[in-house]
Design a protein around this ligand. Sequence first.
Ligand code: F0G
Length: 449
Amino acid sequence: MNELHQLQCTGCRRLIAPEKLLGDFRCEQCGELFEVVYPGWGGPQQTRPNASALRWLWKERRSSLEAGDASGVWRFREALPVLESDASIVSLREGNTPLYDLPHSAERLRVTRLQAKHQGMNPTGSFKDTGMTAAISVARDRGAAWVACASTGNTSASMAAYAARAGIRSLVLLPEGKIAWGKLSQSLDYGALTLQLRTDFDGCIQVLTEVVRRAPVYLLNSVNPYRVEGQKTAAIELTEQLGWRPPDHLIVPGGNLANSSALGKGFLEMKELGLTSRVPRISVVQAQGANPLVRSMREFGGERLEPIRADTRASAIRIGNPASWRKAVRVIQATGGCVAEVSEAEIALAKAEIGQEGIGCEPASAVTLAGAKKLLAEGRIAPEESVVLLLTGHTLKDANYTIDYHLGELLTAGEVEPLRADVQATRRPPVEVASSADAVLRAMERTSP
Ligand code: F0G
């Protein structure tokens, strides 16, 4: 097997050979998660990739026609040397996502620079694709016949697509009735065996943990350290888009807490390799009803996490027992970030505001803008700082949520009350009119500018 990388337990720090890690991916000795490490990077200059050469190489590849180069993950493959050969790459041209200015929100929030890195513009409509290309490529390398995940909908959509491309069978466990239709339809479309369990996401994880112990199935939840390796490339791509100057602050939604960990790993490694001279502060935002990390930081300083029964309409992040919470705490502490929680109305309003920028995102992504407002109001972000919101999913993932918001059927009166004026100003319900030009023109006149 490839000697460029090893796996290290994030708890007891022991190192193991990559092919030894199977099952539910937890350390047999201490129960913690593993991460990929690259022994050569800490060594003498000769074994460490050269930062300016990498910057040049990665830029050159932007004009290459090779499949691996066209991928916004594998273009940076020196930062994730986990494959024996590039021939194992399973790619759908993931990554290469836009970094948008958010001028209206920046003006409203009175910040100098507010941007959104839209990972929802990936092939299956979420950030999961960047991790999935890496983990499925490794699964194929190892000859996996089955791959599996439990999901709130996006991981399953992504896994089903990449497994189909790789010719591997895929098993999806979903909490019945608790994921958005668009995501369920994707998993069916890409041919996964899709099982709906009468439980929540955390219950699905429990069942799957037992399944992977009893059957030769390769687990593709984000406890899989190769998922994290793929997802960290968003940090590299973002920094490249900013001329190798990271933003001051990056705001990320928090669910199972792998993405915040992955981005943190990406930024910390870039600094280690000399690609950048500093890291952004990474802050994690959760929905109020699904806030185990916020509670852990508030009540236990991040030392302990008590699982909760999670509830939020942002179904992607309805998670009460996040697997990667320790990794996320370390990233928040190492980068000087913080946590915030936002209400259902704050999420819905922020989502509408991102829509009005002509961009849109799914509800779970909108917690970032709602969180940015909070952190600014609390003085934890200064107005002159550059802020990037990490948008994780495409607006079409959960069209029902959007329609219900505009029809005024999403939120209860009590939930809307504190934000009534703002919510009303952003609602654009569809209007039924007679089939005539007169009716259309009258409707236009009635519309406020
Ligand atoms: N945003 C979206 C759109 C998601 O789908 C998820 C997670 C998150 C944010 C949170 O990311 O878990 O790394 O903290 N969705 C998972 C899934 C759990 O199964 O699709 P995280």
